[in-house]
Design a binder for this molecule. Sequence first.
Ligand SMILES: Nc1ncnc2c1ncn2[C@@H]1O[C@H](COP(=O)(O)OP(=O)(O)OP(=O)(O)O)[C@@H](O)[C@H]1O
Ligand SMILES: [Mg+2]
Length: 233
Amino acid sequence: MREVNIEYVKDDKDFRSNESYKTLRTNIEFAGDINKTIVITSCTPGEGKSSVAMGLAVTLTEAGKNVAFIDADLRKSVILGRYNVKGNVKGLTHLLAGRASITEVLFRTNISGLHIIFSGLVPPNPSELLSGKRFEQLIAFLREHYDYVIVDAPPLGSVIDAAVVAKKCDAAVIVVQQGKVSHKFIQEIKMQIEKTGCNILGVVLNKVDYDGNKYYGKYYGKYYGEYYGAEGE
Ligand SMILES: Nc1ncnc2c1ncn2[C@@H]1O[C@H](COP(=O)(O)OP(=O)(O)OP(=O)(O)O)[C@@H](O)[C@H]1O
Ligand SMILES: [Mg+2]
């Protein structure tokens, strides 16, 4: 298996965020073996799905878990650029289109225990590719070989892809940016996921303003996530 370097920088002084990720990890561990393949979505763009997905994946590896991260945002992926991955890598779309094998698209990373599948070239038909047999087989394969499979998806309020992915996953986590979306919208997204038969693990409230200032306040740019209950309410 080829290895790539991902420049993931964790702020060790950001205790609140680190504690939140540990709480999220513990909640996921307690959700048991039936919740191993987990899709991360949200209502709208930019609420923090990709950040939370990667943060969660890394936090799981810190507890000795083997994690496969799949970048399933086939339309607008940021993972390669954000983590400064060098080289020409084939990704999920190559696999789903039958143009690459799992071993060609699965990369070991410099983070021990973390393997990753990047999104690949933007295809004309993302939802169709994700709803095919190949994606199902991939999830089944990874489920066998890893402790957790974390799937980063697009926002469900914009495109259907996350529901298509949810259908093949055990569980979903909804990332909600504080103050951005209505309760009703979140309920709608929750129901849409539930209809696929996917278990809702909960909601991560992201970009939380702890000091009563506007959303980011003076903490703009820092990662503050908080895990909310197991019922996704
Ligand atoms: N807790 C946080 N505090 C401050 N900024 C954050 C936080 N989480 C994410 N961000 C920032 O918000 C922006 C969007 O984050 P991210 O790409 O993770 O969201 P997304 O939901 O995956 O977006 P998209 O819908 O485009 O895929 C990024 O610039 C990221 O650095
Ligand atoms: Mg994203």
